[in-house]
Design a protein around this ligand. Structure first.
Ligand code: UD1
Length: 319
């Protein structure tokens, strides 16, 4: 099993689940936004190998290292990516190099080496800004960013590889994923990671727009479960599936919950809407239920509790 981007937020939780299921896991990651600390728990495990590698460069060496360690790669979970929508708008060329050309490198390896299944981390950013609510997989894909365009382009490549070479894949379009290990340190980080970080520090929280915009927040271990089911079950072969909870939450609600949970006195300030922000986002659950038997196990309250505990632990170990 190869996990690209396995030192990152969702990738490392997927590694945790695969390792706990007894798999042998190689992680390919250039540590541009991931951290070895996310994998420290597996360092000494003989079923785990970190092979380095950068998907924008030749991968012969790291992939050969993975094969030398555990034999031919049967399955690939592909997370390695440039993950920030605003960064892709500033620099579409780099987004193409990493998210599209880098992925093509993984797909070429998969077909030449007869990899049994590829999982691809896609995004709800492929949908039109004013897609219907809730959004289903049949809604028009008309991305509002280079990031969304490149994710959609990969989905089209996956279909092409299936038709030409019989490659088996599943692509999951993630809604707003949150949980421990999500890095709050940049302005384009996930809203929950930023707000929990500010709330614990007692710093000001900034809500863009009127806070009545909505999102579908899905906890990272639920996402990892969906990924692992995709990798091992034949049912979602060739499918593109939204992964969320089907629950629509306003930014105002999430802010109130976070402030109460953290017992924080952070001041909340409102600023104009961010350009390109969508107003409402929530997914239908039908396809995820039918093809992955997916039901989220961690509700928002419990997920926030876990994430808050992690934020506090991070802050106390940094102090
Ligand atoms: C998220 C994903 C993106 C994905 C998209 C698909 C993250 C970091 N981004 O973008 O990769 O393609 O969903 O729908 O998970 N907000 C504030 N204050 C802040 C930060 C954010 O009010 O300090 C608001 C934003 O204006 C937005 C909402 O919170 O309305 C969510 O923002 P964010 O967490 O950045 O995610 P998305 O923009 O939905």
């Amino acid at each position: 099993m190869l996990v690209t981007g396995g030192a990152g937020f969702i990738g490392s939780h997927t590694v945790d689940l695969l390792m706990s299921l007894g798999c042998k896991v190689s992680v390919l990651d250039n540590l541009s936004t991931g951290y070895m600390a996310n994998l420290a728990q597996w360092d000494a495990d003989p079923r785990f190998a970190f092979v380095g590698g950068d998907i924008t460069k030749d991968l012969a060496e790291p992939l050969a290292a993975a094969v030398a360690k555990f034999g031919p790669i049967q399955r690939i979970a592909h997370f390695a990516a440039q993950t920030a929508v605003p960064v892709s708008m500033d620099d579409p060329v780099t987004d193409i190099e990493v998210n599209l050309a880098g992925t093509a490198r993984i797909l070429e390896y998969a077909r030449r080496n007869k990899v049994a299944k590829v999982f691809f981390a896609s995004s709800s950013a492929v949908y039109d800004d004013d897609a219907p609510v809730p959004v289903s997989e049949d809604s028009t894909a008309r991305p509002a960013s280079p990031y969304g365009i490149d994710k959609l382009a990969v989905e089209i490549y996956l279909d092409y590889y299936t038709r030409l070479y019989g490659l088996k894949f599943t692509a999951l379009r993630f809604m707003n994923v949150y949980g421990p290990r999500q890095d709050p340190s940049s302005w384009y980080s996930g809203v929950i990671s930023i707000f929990l970080d500010r709330a614990v520090a007692g710093d000001q929280i900034t809500i863009f727009d009127d806070g009545e915009q909505t999102r579908d927040f899905v906890y990272v271990t639920d996402v990892a479960n969906a990924v692992v089911t995709s990798l091992f079950s034949p049912k979602p072969d060739g499918a593109i599936i939204n992964i969320g909870t089907g629950v629509e939450v306003t930014i105002n609600e999430i802010t109130r919950t976070i402030l109460a949970l953290a017992q924080s006195r952070s001041v909340v300030k409102y600023e104009p809407a961010r350009p390109g922000d969508i107003r409402r986002s929530v997914t239908t659950m039908d396809r995820a239920t039918a093809l992955l038997a997916f039901t989220p196990k961690v509700d928002l309250r419990e997920g926030l509790d876990h994430t808050l505990a992690w934020v506090r632990a991070q802050k106390s170990s940094a102090a």
